[in-house]
Design a protein around this ligand. Structure first.
Ligand SMILES: *Cc1c(COP(=O)(O)O)cnc(C)c1O
Length: 392
């Protein structure tokens, strides 16, 4: 990775983000009573190269694909130096293959940038309403952007169909990919290390709460899977979904494996949180989450903006609306009847709790877009209370 991307030289090629203490945000949002325990923000909004949580899963899948081709063609053996993947010989080989993906934006950025850097033909299928700046950035990196009418699921379906028809092409399937999932899951080990370094114990007397913005479910599901493997019953992961797009909530609440979408219950899947605007949950991830997930809460769009502004005002951290979805988690847990019931039923002692709010994207958002988010939030402040309004 350090060979491919000079900006990764300082971290030796590792793509990781800091765990940032968030006492100022805690003070701003929860004040006194609701503020039991310690709050942190996991800064995946700053993940280098891709600028979002998608770097974790997306880079893993493209590298795994590159590795499998290199091994099949004898330029890399299982014990070999992976830097040959960045060699001229590997590039020449990879240029005969294409890597494609359907995306609302951030997954396309992650897959497109990594695939193009290795020399693949990179194709990103996007819904027509995907943000223009994301399309522009991809095109500048040499990625082919194909626009589709309809929503994200239709872009994915069209991409899958075209890739299956083409020889030597690999389709990154956000709805079913195990390689994406494992890439996300690897975040857990690093978080455990960071918690230990921060002096935060995780055990029966010191529960860990993690609040994860959720789209199709892959990123938050993989992270939950990894954290459960390390911390078992002492970690409690909650997904945060937009009120209009609670696809994992709808799927889990249905109680079965038959696919159910947000449209089926009369919602329109229209939200400014473009990274979370998914109508149908991943059929790979939802069954796994049925036994692992603590719960799902929903967030109105207005609240995303109010919390995005609170984060900027209290901590000078600027994120995109999708990435603000987890910010209401701790207050939801302490103040809503459903959150209180969860704490009570599980006999949790909140005094020594650790709360990790996962910020998932924003550092590549152009400054004028960030200013627009902020202006919208400022216009809303005063109309919307800071307290969570659990809608489900
Ligand atoms: C994709 C994304 C998520 C959620 O990941 P899923 O795998 O779709 O659930 C959260 N936040 C941001 C900014 C994203 O781009």
């Amino acid at each position: 990775m350090a060979t491919l991307f000079p900006e990764l030289a300082p971290s030796n090629g590792h793509i990781e983000s800091q765990l940032m203490p968030a006492a100022a945000l805690q003070q701003a949002l929860a004040g006194g009573a609701g503020a039991a325990g310690a709050w942190f923000i996991k800064r995946d909004d700053e993940l280098p190269v891709a600028g979002s949580i998608k770097a974790r899963g997306g880079f893993h899948e493209v590298l795994a694909f590159a590795e499998s081709i290199a091994i099949a063609h004898g330029i890399l053996d299982a014990a070999g130096d992976p830097r040959v993947l960045a060699s001229a010989a590997a590039r020449a080989l990879f240029s005969q293959y294409s890597v494609s993906v359907g995306s609302t934006g951030n997954l396309g950025l992650s897959i497109g940038v990594m695939a193009a850097a290795l020399g693949f033909e990179a194709v990103v299928h996007m819904s027509a309403d995907a943000k223009a700046w994301k399309k522009d950035r991809l095109r500048k990196r040499g990625v082919r952007v194909v626009e589709h009418e309809g929503d994200y699921a239709e872009a994915v379906a069209a991409g899958r169909e075209q890739a299956q028809a083409a020889p030597r092409s690999h389709f990154v399937d956000d709805e079913r990919s195990a390689m994406l999932f494992f890439g996300y899951a690897a975040a857990a080990r690093h978080l455990a290390h960071q918690l230990a370094q921060a002096g935060r114990v995780v055990d029966a007397a010191h529960p860990l709460f993690v609040y994860l913005p959720c789209g199709v479910g892959g990123a938050p599901g993989g992270i939950t899977y990894g954290l459960k493997a390390l911390f078992g019953e002492h970690v409690h992961c909650f997904f945060a979904e937009p009120v209009a797009s609670p696809c994992v909530l709808v799927q889990l609440a249905s109680g079965g494996d038959a696919p159910v979408s947000v449209y089926d219950i009369g919602l329109d899947n229209r939200t400014d949180a473009d990274g979370l605007a998914v109508g149908q949950a991943s059929p790979l991830v939802s069954p796994l989450m049925a036994s692992q997930l603590a719960g799902v809460f929903t967030v109105p769009d207005d609240q995303l903006y109010v919390h995005l502004l609170a984060l900027k005002t209290s901590m000078s951290v600027e994120v995109e609306p999708s990435a603000a979805a987890g910010i209401g988690g701790p207050s939801w847990l302490s103040d809503s009847p459903a959150g209180q019931a969860y704490v009570r039923d599980n006999g949790l002692d909140m005094r020594a709790a650790t709360h990790v709010i996962w910020a998932t994207g924003g550092s590549l958002v152009p400054p004028e877009e960030l200013r627009r988010f902020q202006a919208h939030a400022e216009a809303l402040t005063g109309q919307v209370s800071g307290a969570m309004q659990p809608a489900a």
